[in-house]
Design a protein around this ligand. Structure first.
Ligand code: HEM
Length: 192
């Protein structure tokens, strides 16, 4: 099995195990499924930041780790898409089974994120790079990553002031700031 597919499979198994563990400990009622929504958002941000920082990190620092991250970038992106699919499935359960509240603005903002994520996942093969041309493919994937990172940053910063336990929100924002800082540093260096 190619290494890329092996990592996607491993991430899928880990995400399913995490979802089962969350539901086993918090229950399958509304609170349990909401805990799953939060858990999938938090694992998503980790995968997204790794994929977001992979290429610029390689440009700044040649090491085993940065080489691995660059090679694993597409698998990490597909892992992100899978995690976001679990986020969506849990949201649909809260709305349809538990009649939970959901607002239109979240559906529109989140929906834009999902359109990009689905387009990126569907075009993640070399065949699609050729079909779209490298320039258009990069534009789609770069824009999609920025849109998703933006939604993550916006949603997590809301939790800092609203949540009873702000620590996970600060941690997620720190991961986003670190990945964005790495991209900025690589960009500045490439201009010199
Ligand atoms: C169809 C669109 C979406 C809907 C309806 C939606 C709905 C929700 C809901 C209801 C929660 C709160 C769960 C709770 O604490 O009770 C949540 C949390 C969150 N969502 Fe989504 N979401 C959507 C798409 C997205 C997308 C595309 C992203 C990121 C790119 C995202 C990132 C987050 C984050 C960061 C949190 C906060 C997690 C936490 O509290 O730790 N969501 N979402």
């Amino acid at each position: 099995m190619p290494a890329r597919r092996g990592l996607v499979l491993l991430l899928a198994l880990l995400l399913l195990a995490m979802s089962a563990a969350v539901l086993a400990s918090t229950g399958t009622g509304e609170e349990g499924v909401r805990a799953l929504i939060r858990a999938t958002a938090r694992s998503s941000v980790l995968l997204l930041c790794l994929a977001f920082a992979a290429r610029p990190l390689r440009q700044l620092w040649r090491s085993e780790l940065s080489g691995w991250m660059l090679r694993a970038r597409r698998s990490l992106g597909l892992g992100y898409a899978l995690c976001q699919a679990l986020h969506l499935a849990a949201i649909l359960v809260v709305v349809s089974v538990h009649a939970g509240e959901s607002d239109l603005v979240t559906w529109i903002g989140g929906g834009v994120g999902y359109v990009f994520t689905a387009a990126m996942a569907l075009t993640s093969t070399d065949a699609w790079v050729k079909r779209l041309t490298r320039k258009r493919w990069t534009l789609l994937h770069r824009t999609g990553m920025y849109v998703n990172v933006g939604i993550m940053a916006f949603t997590f910063q809301g939790g800092v002031s609203e949540a009873a336990e702000p620590a996970p929100y600060w941690l997620a924002l720190a991961a986003i700031a670190l990945a964005s800082g790495i991209r900025l540093a690589a960009w500045l260096r490439s201009r010199r």
